[in-house]
Design a protein around this ligand. Structure first.
Ligand code: 5GP
Length: 241
């Protein structure tokens, strides 16, 4: 498969057309940004770890019945994906209060959120990703009521699958962000599932194992990404999942 022209460039990924119809190439770059793009750096090797982990999780989710855009890896930092009609929503599932929910609401960091809390932002750099509610999402005609219900149900199922998988490897899934699109009218999980889009804590020590290492200057980002990627791709101490 050949990589053709650039169709979309985000802060950390570039999407290219390919020479096959309806197949795109999603390349994970070494760029890392935080605070709405105010902090930025290039960290050699980051793209590779995020591509590897994303590809792994998409395969895992597909095996467990979640429809995704993932088709395969073409090199260490690029995935082949189906061309979805993307929906401009950032669907965040939170199991533990951390990050913006602690800054904006009276939660103490580390509070268990049971059942998990779903928050949905409008994906727009210009508008700084404002938070939406169901009425706003429907009024903006971003999805239908049925699609919104399905997106939330899939989000909770993905949360369950990823939480269990990570928990078996000593990692707590604090929260994570998903993006969805449509493929032949069906809702399908797109974008990435990586250390840039998840908040992960070491279950024993509470140490950050994700982009918070970069956001909050908590140490060597690449060492943390390499370490957590190795843990994610490893067999759990006690067997399945
Ligand atoms: P928070 O709202 O606390 O900043 O983020 C909640 C979770 O969603 C975190 O795991 C964070 O990495 C992810 N997240 C929120 N917004 C974005 C975004 O614009 N891009 C990416 N990659 N992840 C995001």
């Amino acid at each position: 498969m050949r990589q053709l022209d650039l169709v979309y460039e985000g802060k950390a990924k570039s999407v290219y057309r390919s020479d096959e119809p309806d197949r795109l190439i999603m390349r994970f770059r070494d760029d890392i940004t935080a605070f709405d793009g105010e902090k930025k750096d290039v960290l050699s090797g980051k793209g590779r770890f995020n591509a590897e982990v994303s590809a792994f999780f998409f395969r895992y989710l597909e095996e467990h019945g979640i429809p995704t855009h993932y088709l395969g890896l073409i090199d260490q930092s690029a995935m082949v994906v189906r061309n979805l009609e993307m929906i401009p929503l950032e669907v965040i599932v939170r199991n533990i209060a951390a990050g913006s929910i602690v800054r904006r609401y009276p939660f103490k960091e580390g509070t268990l959120l049971d059942p998990p809390v779903i928050m949905i932002d409008y994906k727009s750099d210009v508008l700084h990703d404002p938070m939406l509610n169901d009425d706003l999402i429907l009024a903006l005609n971003l999805v239908t009521r049925d699609e919104l219900d399905l997106i939330k149900a899939i989000a909770l199922k993905v949360n369950e699958l990823l939480s269990d998988y990570l928990d078996a490897r000593g990692i707590t899934l604090v929260d994570f962000k998903m993006e969805f699109g449509r493929r032949d009218g069906e809702i399908c999980l797109g974008d990435e599932i990586s250390m840039d889009s998840m908040r992960l804590w070491d279950r024993e020590t509470g140490r950050s194992l994700d982009k918070d290492v970069y956001r909050l200057g908590k140490g060597d980002v690449i060492a943390a990404y390499a370490d957590v990627a190795r843990q994610i791709l490893s067999e759990p101490a006690g067997g399945a999942p």
